[in-house]
Design a protein around this ligand. Structure first.
Ligand code: SF4
Length: 484
């Protein structure tokens, strides 16, 4: 076990090209051994230890470089329960060191050409090339000057020219709403979106049927993107079928299984097809799929990086490699949040990072515990986030008592109050249990409608989409504006 980080989940990288000199190969091997023993270093060649309280984020099985995933718990990592969550280690240590806000900077995905190569000589060369780099004597003579030079030096090292991540909020740089969903939210309507699971088979008939059920009730429908690492019809294809059937889609786009090139291509393709709402996700680890499990390194980027990259493509008109985009895409970008995952103060940092990177709306994991949801909201408020993003809390109408217990016990980030479990258990028939689930969902929607800064709800009635109209009508809601 390394001294400062959890153990590595994947082995260290090897250089793309073998170093030509023996001396360099020996130097690299020494660096790899030392940094491996201290930090579980994978030799990604893009070190951000100064920002992550000296725990290496590359020891996270998903390689997340911008914060924890929705399944993290204080006890262990969701992917490998034998290890702690790397990001819990980072947040807790950063908090002890008074450096929590350091975690707000949007870190770059790794540069594959640097992976496996030494960084110490590179750092030395960079330091020598700087005129006003940190000077050791200032450590004694002028501590403030030293800290400022030190921070600037490492910022330049970890933020390559092609990324230039920062910790600032970047509002969208366009005027007209990108989609009907954005138009409705801007108008101040209490908006309803709903999830439709893409089919397992090759026909769009089932999507058209479900769109028929929902199109008079919801402003947009989300299509999951191979959730739980289980293949289905692609989110892009399902979204297009939905659009053609007369309802606006929210295309979920996850980073897992996609390189940065494919993410750019799929998002651009979506815009070309008229799909303008994109929800950016890191994605579930391949361990949760039906198997055989894909090889371990399936994450080239994380959700924060996807948001940062797509926002810049849209607002600055450049691909990640710097090529100009002549006809810029129109996207309304969203993100997910997990109000019951990590402590609200950590989740709020994660949310701030996504909002700064480009998230304009957030759809959350299911809410059952209104009181605890308010704690998360308060944490966002403390960071002044509530006027920068539209919030659509997730609503899941529970169908059976068994499903309720399963979610409460097995799904990280889901908290179901005992009172609701008891109500479900007390209902004698499956129909009665459904009615309890529906009634509770309606109670929650009513409370959320009265909650300041809540802009709507996102209903996730998985394989029970037919219930959505009843929920919308029961809550006294109606479909928002049709745009354009
Ligand atoms: S729980 Fe998630 S964020 Fe934490 S180490 Fe595991 S995969 Fe990474």
């Amino acid at each position: 076990m390394p001294l400062f980080s959890p153990p590595r989940y994947q082995p260290a990288f090897a250089p793309v090209q073998r170093e030509s000199s023996v001396a360099m190969r020996v130097f690299t091997a020494v660096e790899r051994s030392l940094k491996g023993a201290l930090f579980g270093c994978r030799m990604c060649g893009n070190c951000i230890l100064q920002e992550t309280a000296f725990a290496c984020p590359m020891t996270c099985p998903k390689g997340l470089r911008n914060g924890l995933c929705g399944g993290a718990t204080p006890e262990h990592c969701e992917v490998d329960p034998s290890r702690p969550c790397t990001w819990y280690v980072i947040y807790e240590r950063a908090e002890r060191m008074g450096r929590l806000d350091k975690l707000l900077e949007v870190n770059a995905p790794i540069d594959g050409s640097r992976a496996g190569r030494e960084t110490w000589l590179d750092m030395l060369a960079h330091w020598r090339a700087q005129e006003n780099g940190p000077r050791l004597m200032d450590l004694v003579l002028d501590r403030e000057k030293f800290t400022e030079a030190w921070d600037r030096f490492f910022y330049e090292l970890r933020q390559p020219d092609w990324w230039q991540g920062d910790a600032e909020y970047h509002p969208p740089a366009y005027e007209e709403p990108a989609s009907g969903l954005e138009a409705a939210l801007r108008l101040g309507d209490f908006v309803v979106t709903a999830e439709i699971a893409p089919p397992l088979g090759a026909t769009g008939d089932i999507i058209e049927k479900k769109v028929g059920w929902l199109q008079d009730y919801v402003t947009a429908a989300n299509f999951t993107d191979n959730a739980s690492a289980s293949p289905r019809m692609s989110s892009l294809a399902a979204s297009k079928i939905c659009l053609d059937a007369g309802l606006e889609p929210v295309m979920q786009l996850q980073a897992r299984d996609r390189s940065r090139v494919i993410i750019e291509a799929d998002a651009m393709g979506a815009a070309g097809l008229g799909i303008h709402n994109i929800l950016c996700l890191s994605g579930d680890h391949q361990r949760f799929g039906p198997g055989p499990m894909a090889k371990p390194d399936q994450f080239d980027m994380d959700a924060v990086q996807v948001l940062w990259m797509l926002r810049r493509m849209r607002d600055e008109g450049v691909y990640l490699d710097g090529r100009e985009i002549k006809n810029r895409p129109t996207w309304f970008l969203g993100a997910a949040a997990s109000p019951f995952g990590a402590p609200p103060k950590y989740e709020a940092i994660r949310a701030e990072k996504k909002i700064n990177a480009g998230a304009q709306f957030i759809q959350t994991q299911p809410i059952f515990d209104y009181g605890r949801f308010l704690e998360w909201l308060e944490a966002l408020d403390k960071r002044n986030l509530l006027d920068k993003v539209y919030l659509l809390p997730g609503i899941v109408p529970l169908k059976t008592s068994r499903a309720a217990h399963f979610m409460a016990e097995n799904v990280p980030g889901v908290v179901i109050p005992d009172e609701l479990l008891q109500r479900m258990d007390a209902a004698e028939s499956s129909e009665a249990q459904q009615e309890v689930g529906i009634a509770y969902a309606l109670e929650l929607i009513e409370r959320l409608q009265k909650t300041p800064k809540i802009n709507g709800v996102h209903i996730m009635a998985v394989h029970w989409e037919a219930i959505v109209p009843r929920l919308v009508e029961g809550a006294g809601l109606s479909k928002s504006v049709i745009y354009p």
